[in-house]
Write a protein that binds this ligand. Structure first.
Ligand code: MLT
Ligand code: MN
Ligand code: ZN
Length: 309
């Protein structure tokens, strides 16, 4: 099984279009220790010329152009992209669907809740429903992803709810402290190659390492995890915003409640941060925070990174 990081940044990417924080300035100024990152997406393949996107970021057009594996291969109109699996309805995870139009057969796989967001936004009908299937992803059951033509993909997938929240633009202030979020709003994915049983986990948004995550991820070969912020009040500390990571549905990398601590006893063979916000100091190659993260056994995902299982 091959996994490609198409975009290792969080929503907004790195640098973010309107951000002048020290990190964003560094990457714009060409600092050798700051590499640009596009928005959050992976791609997975178990067979040559067949790929599934894990989330479809607004940067998908460039991500396809930058990764030859995703270029058209056969005839005048073709794509090795068989479909997409969505882990929530955040703009950084669904905006790219609008890029893969042009009556290309695809499957979109997401929970009923996330599909209802897409179904209620008519702009997504630009993905011609005659060619683009919208498949509800069941929760807590392993199913096989289907290719656009309905054939089996050889990729088994299980979605399970993880702590998080509803997409920013759907928050309902009147609905109480969780803004009307339901379990299906944010999922983690367990992805298995049917032929070999090789398995990895993908959690681009996660507010807390729940018992279910501990149970699933213990002894895992490979985990991609939410690296949005280093500390919970990073947006305040850098002066770019007032929301905490927790308020946005993300746990920090560092600290007692952070993901380094939460995973320290789970015996995961390979742990890779993705979905890193432009304010996160681990994005800077020579920062002490980067060193501390790597010393804790984590890798910092980057655009174009390939992982084989
Ligand atoms: C998030 O991960 O918190 C979202 O992508 C935020 C957003 O929609 O800007
Ligand atoms: Mn995001
Ligand atoms: Zn910034």
């Amino acid at each position: 099984m091959k996994i490609l990081i198409l975009g290792s940044g969080a929503g907004g990417g790195f640098p973010q279009w309107n951000c002048n924080c020290p990190n964003c300035r560094k990457v714009r100024n060409g600092d050798v220790n700051a590499q640009a990152r596009s928005q959050s997406s992976l791609a997975v393949s178990v067979e040559e010329d067949h790929w599934f996107l894990l989330n479809a970021s607004p940067d998908l057009r460039d991500q396809i152009n930058n990764n030859p594996a995703l270029h058209p291969k056969h005839g005048l109109r073709h794509s090795p992209i068989d479909g997409a699996v969505l882990t929530n309805a955040d703009v950084d995870h669904i905006g790219g669907l609008l890029t893969v139009r042009e009556s290309q057969p695809l499957s979109i796989n997401a929970t009923e809740r996330v599909l209802s967001v897409i179904n209620s936004n008519s702009v997504f009908n630009i993905l011609n429903p005659e060619f683009v299937k919208r498949n509800p992803l069941p929760i807590g059951t392993q199913t096989e992803l289907c290719r656009a033509d309905g054939t089996e993909s050889g990729i088994l997938i299980e979605a399970f709810p993880v702590p998080g929240k509803v997409a920013l633009y759907l928050e309902d202030e009147a609905a109480g402290p969780n803004f009307g979020s339901v379990a299906e709003d944010t999922i983690g994915l367990q992805i298995e190659e049917k032929a070999t049983g090789k398995t990895f986990f993908y959690f681009p948004g996660c507010a807390h390492v729940s018992d279910v995550i501990v149970e699933k991820a213990t002894d895992a070969e490979l985990v991609f995890f939410d690296g949005t912020t280093w500390i919970d009040n990073e947006m305040q500390e850098t002066g770019v915003g007032h929301k905490t990571g927790q308020r946005m549905g993300h746990m920090s990398v560092s600290g007692e409640d952070g993901s380094i601590a939460a995973f320290s006893t789970l015996n995961v063979k390979r742990k890779i941060y993705i979905h890193m916000n432009n304010t996160n100091p681990i994005l800077i190659d020579d920062s002490p925070e980067r060193l501390a993260t790597e010393n804790a056994g984590w890798e910092i995902g980057f655009d174009g990174m390939e992982v084989s299982l």
